[in-house]
Design a protein around this ligand. Structure first.
Ligand code: M6R
Length: 608
């Protein structure tokens, strides 16, 4: 959570910082702050609430002159969202300023030690400990103070630091929280993520764990934790600035929903060659693939939902048992892992703390690991034995859509690759599946054309109290995602249930008019689903059905039907989820919710 930025150069720093924070607001948005150094004094402005409050308060940055500064947008962990707890934080003389993304795990112990030495704290944050510790170790050499501080703190951090005694310098350091440095024409920058610097440069350095960067207006120097200079190569970012902007859409979420045909195509294309699935980055020989006897798919939130879907595909096609786990559960349940196991972690950000911890746990226990990741160079991408990128491009909206869709594609491709190697699927069926995969972007495009119909339906439900999603098999996995999409942005209570399980308790919640969205794309479960729909309809439910085109019989049970184009039974999730994403979006829009930045959430969950 939280986003940090920093700038040093020839331009006024404050507007650059505010602009960068605007691109990082998806990472946290309960308060924001900047500190700007004019060469003599560090001035600070911070405010509870969205970035626009800070923007107005500083007149777009005009009130804080100076060419060097750091900024922060916060998702509160330690201490409530307030002006006092907002970053930057300072030492007592306000000569050292710090912004922080991450968590200092031993902050209570350090706070007590510092208090015993006479340090006074003004906030409830863990970050303030870093400012005082830097002060404690600072004897004129900033690098030394930073290194000694790093050796005392446990936990995760990306820090931006300014020392009043060193006007021409800005420092940053990381451990387990993302950090990049950018080399611009009129100055250099640091940030938690690439979009914050793209306006100024495409040449970025990915700062690795326990590396320190010292920025000056015209140079960047890198050091390891022993203070020794290290060389780093800049990476040129290929994607366009517009990829991280709304491009005329009202919300990032809608833009990203519309980017799905392209994202799916970009993820598929490089992996289908001459009618075969080729995944070079898997780094496994055919013998190694054949030796895998069990797969774990471990992830959080929507990424976990793709795993629930992929289990059916892997087991059905490659006949390998798959366990799907929530990362926060997996790591503490002592799972049975052996050398014939493959652990797949799925993550858009590549920084999710629980998923990263699960990956590390598996690696420590000698298990082969594969990351399905969207953000290039992220922690999971770097630490997994192999990484398969989902080429969704930057995803800004907190509610994932295009990353989810590309994760599904990556998992289908993997399952098909395993089936291809193991010979568990005939060539004819494989050919048919490849054709169906290639058609998915076209089908998604068609579904997007019906957005007005879904918007009209969604507008009827903006006052709903509860909405249920039901399905069987893969349709249950789709329901999980439909339900999460709706509730996370519209704040309407919603649950997803395996359709056959409802009558074991939850059906008592169905009242006259309760909306139940039934997903029925699996032909062999179609009749059973109709029975479950009738069960809730008799108890007063209003039924929305999402089913394959041609299944008109459903109209006898459903009050409203959305048809999706026919595809292979294992790929229906990729289509059925589209109207459900749109439904969630339009309900939230109709309610006037902040669609891209729902309350209490942040895009990248880097705390456990
Ligand atoms: O970055 P990750 O894919 O690891 O994030 C996992 C979840 O936090 C994420 O999918 C979350 O559930 C989304 N907000 C759902 O829209």
């Amino acid at each position: 959570m939280c986003g940090i930025v920093g700038y040093i150069g020839t331009e006024e720093a404050a507007p650059v910082l505010l602009d960068g924070l605007d691109k990082l607001e998806y990472r946290g948005y309960d308060s924001a702050g900047i500190a700007v150094f004019d060469g003599e004094k560090i001035q600070v402005a911070k405010a509870r609430g969205r970035l626009k409050v800070l923007n107005e308060m500083t007149h777009g940055g005009e009130k804080l002159p100076g060419n060097c500064g750091i900024g922060h947008t916060r998702w509160a962990t330690h201490g409530i969202p307030s002006d006092k707890n907002a970053h930057p934080h300072f030492n007592e003389t306000e000569s050292i300023a710090v912004v922080h993304n991450g968590i200092i795990e031993n902050y209570l112990k350090l706070k007590k030690l510092l208090q015993e030495k006479g340090y006074k704290f003004t906030s409830e944050t863990d970050t303030e400990v870093v400012a005082h510790l830097l002060d404690y170790y600072y004897k004129g050499d900033p690098l030394e103070a930073i290194i000694r501080t790093m050796r005392r703190v446990d936990g995760s951090y990306a820090l931006g630091i300014m020392f009043q005694e060193h006007p021409g310098k800005l420092f940053a350091v990381r451990k387990d929280s993302p950090l990049i440095a950018g080399k611009g024409k009129n100055g250099n920058l640091i940030a938690s993520d690439v979009p914050a610097v793209l306006k100024y440069t495409r040449d970025v350095y990915f700062i690795q764990n326990e590396e320190i960067v010292c920025l000056e207006a015209d140079e960047l120097n890198f050091y390891n934790i022993d203070g020794e200079p290290i060389r780093k190569e800049a990476v040129t970012i290929q994607w366009d600035v517009s990829a991280a902007e709304k491009a005329g859409y009202e919300h990032f979420m809608l833009k990203e929903i519309y980017e799905q045909p392209k994202a799916v195509l970009d993820t598929l294309n490089p992996r289908i060659r001459e009618g075969r699935i080729e995944i070079e980055e898997l780094g496994m020989s055919d013998d190694e693939i054949r030796a895998i006897k069990k797969i774990y798919i471990v992830a959080c939130g929507s990424a976990y939902h793709t795993g629930v879907s992929a289990k059916y595909v892997f087991e059905g096609l490659a006949r390998i048992p798959v366990e799907v786990d929530l990362a926060s559960e997996f790591r503490y349940r002592n799972p049975i892992l052996d050398p014939e196991t493959l652990l797949i972690v799925v993550s858009q950000s590549g920084e999710t703390a629980d998923t990263l911890a699960a990956l590390r746990e598996a690696k420590q226990r000698g298990v082969r690991t594969l990351g399905i990741v969207n953000v290039v160079g992220s922690s999971i991408a770097r630490e997994a034995d192999n990484v398969m990128y989902t080429w969704a491009g930057p995803e800004i909206a907190v509610a994932t859509t295009k990353a989810y869709s590309t994760q599904l594609i990556a998992e289908y491709l993997l399952a098909m690759k395993f089936a291809q190697v193991k010979g568990t699927v005939s060539t004819a069926e494989m050919d048919e599946m490849i054709q169906e995969l290639k058609q998915l972007p076209v089908h998604i495009e068609m579904l997007l054309d019906h957005k007005e119909k879904i918007q009209r339906f969604a507008n009827r439900y903006i006052a709903a109290k509860d909405i249920f999603f039901i399905g069987r098999g893969i349709d249950y996995a789709i329901s999980l995602e439909g339900s999460l999409k709706l509730k996370e942005i519209s704040y309407i209570h919603s649950e997803a249930y395996p359709a056959g399980e409802l009558k074991h308790g939850t059906i008592s919640l169905i009242e006259e008019g309760t909306l139940v969205a039934a997903v029925l794309t699996q032909e062999e479960l179609y009749k059973k689903m109709i029975s479950n729909m009738v069960e809730v309809k008799t108890r007063g439910a209003f039924l929305l059905a999402v089913t394959n085109v041609g299944n008109t019989e459903v109209e006898k049970a459903a009050d409203y039907v959305i048809y999706i184009p026919k595809t292979h039974k294992y790929f229906t999730n990729s289509l059925a989820v589209i109207p459900l994403q749109l439904f969630g979006y339009y309900v939230a829009l109709g309610k006037g919710c902040d669609v891209d930045k729902p309350r209490n959430l942040a895009k990248s969950v880097t705390v456990e």
